[in-house]
Design a protein around this ligand. Structure first.
Ligand code: SF4
Ligand code: SF4
Length: 387
């Protein structure tokens, strides 16, 4: 029996299946594991054969589509701009429906409700910490400017070092967004649903997306602090017919900050450490946002951030996307290490990024990784006294 994926994605699958692997060198997964099976060509050809019934559908044969970080590097290297990452998400959905998703992906679906509740508890606490730092937050989704923090940051446990909050990206995002909006904001609870889409639960993703759309019905501007969530809401929702409010503008927090450069103070001198900017795949190749984070960092640091040799459209992945850290953990770790090797070869220092997954992957060996959100909050608070 053919998989439903075949109908909608046949042109994309056939384009890859009959291609001489022209984007082979762009894929962080096959570069790390050295296998043809996990190259963009390999993953698309496996999906093509699975969809047509050309190979037996077993959990082992179904693995390749789950070995994609969704980094878009192959699409940008392809003359056809073929949508490999999106096609593989549909392949995951068809295979998951047949019970062929990896156990780690199935577990993501099973634990989603519990994880979302944990994020919401973390978010409620972050709102109180942000209020204590002077942020004006209105309850009940009534504000015109609303903020999605991102589950990874909402669930993180903040610590205090030398009287300063560390690892508190959730409260930092609320403080920064409220200061930049210059008016009370609402903080949006719940998950955008991206983990479900990556795990193959397309119906669950659609349900989460529609619930998110309903929660932000009063908003005119939806600011998103995590690059992965921003891409899911701004791009992936439309692919599965999730409709956001007609006039809603969705943008990443750094894009909002870049509109207010004249109001951004520089960080205090001792905090202007050596810092290299890592283009998160979802923000860079995913949403085409390259200038805003650089403009913001230049303002905050009083100089342009250091750069990777491979940057902007050519940036390499940190290995955190597409649930690959769960489905193919060792390879995800190797992808992150390759990015850190590039960083150390250029002199090291801290890495700045806009994505929770990149933060987690690149910082997993103790490398200092800072979210631009945190730098924004520190700079804006250095001129702001809580009431
Ligand atoms: S994404 Fe483009 S270059 Fe890569 S295998 Fe498919 S058709 Fe070929
Ligand atoms: S999106 Fe990235 S990880 Fe996925 S196949 Fe393309 S290059 Fe590889």
């Amino acid at each position: 029996m053919r998989l439903p994926l075949l109908d909608a994605r046949t042109p994309a699958l056939e384009t890859c299946a009959f291609c001489p692997k022209l984007c082979r060198a762009s894929c962080p997964v096959s570069n790390a594991d050295g296998r043809e099976t996990t190259s963009p060509w390999g993953k698309m050809t496996a999906s093509y054969l699975l969809a047509r019934g050309g190979v037996e559908r077993t959990a082992e044969q179904a693995f390749p589509p789950f070995a994609c970080t969704g980094c878009f590097a192959c699409r940008d290297a392809c003359d056809h701009r073929n949508d490999v990452a999106g096609t593989l998400l549909d392949a995951r959905a068809d295979l998951a429906r047949e019970g062929l998703a990896p156990a780690s992906a199935t577990k993501v679906v099973e634990r989603h409700r519990e994880r979302t509740h944990a994020s919401d508890r973390g978010l409620a606490a972050a709102v109180e910490r942000a209020r204590a730092r002077g942020a004006k937050v209105v309850d009940g989704g009534r504000a015109e400017v609303q903020l999605v923090v991102g589950c990874l940051s909402a669930r993180a446990t903040p610590v205090t070092t030398d009287g300063k909050p560390e690892n508190d990206v959730a409260a930092d995002a609320i403080v920064a967004a409220a200061a930049l909006a210059n008016r009370p904001i609402s903080v949006v609870s719940g998950c955008c649903g991206a983990p479900l889409r990556m795990a193959g639960d397309r119906a669950g993703f659609v349900a989460e997306g529609r619930a998110m759309a309903a929660r932000v019905a009063n908003a005119k501007q939806l600011v998103v602090a995590d690059a992965g969530c921003a891409h899911a809401i701004a791009r992936r929702y439309a692919e599965v017919a999730i409709e956001l409010p007609a006039k809603l503008e969705v943008l990443h927090l750094v894009e909002l900050a870049a509109r207010h450069l004249d109001r951004l103070p520089a960080l205090p001198e001792p905090e202007r450490e050596a810092m290299r900017y890592h283009d998160a795949c979802s923000l860079g190749r995913g949403l085409g946002v390259y200038e805003a984070p650089r403009a913001v960092l230049t303002r905050l640091l009083g100089r342009a951030p250091d750069e990777f040799a491979r940057r902007r459209e050519g940036a390499t992945c940190a290995g955190g996307g597409g649930l690959v850290p769960l489905t193919y953990g060792e390879t995800a770790g190797e992808i992150a290490e390759e990015r850190r090797v590039q960083h150390r070869a250029l002199g090291g220092g801290a890495i700045a990024t806009t994505c929770g997954s990149s933060r987690k992957m690149l910082g997993s060996d103790g490398t200092r990784v800072v979210d631009v959100t945190t730098l924004l909050a520190r700079a804006l608070q250095s001129t702001h006294t809580p009431e």
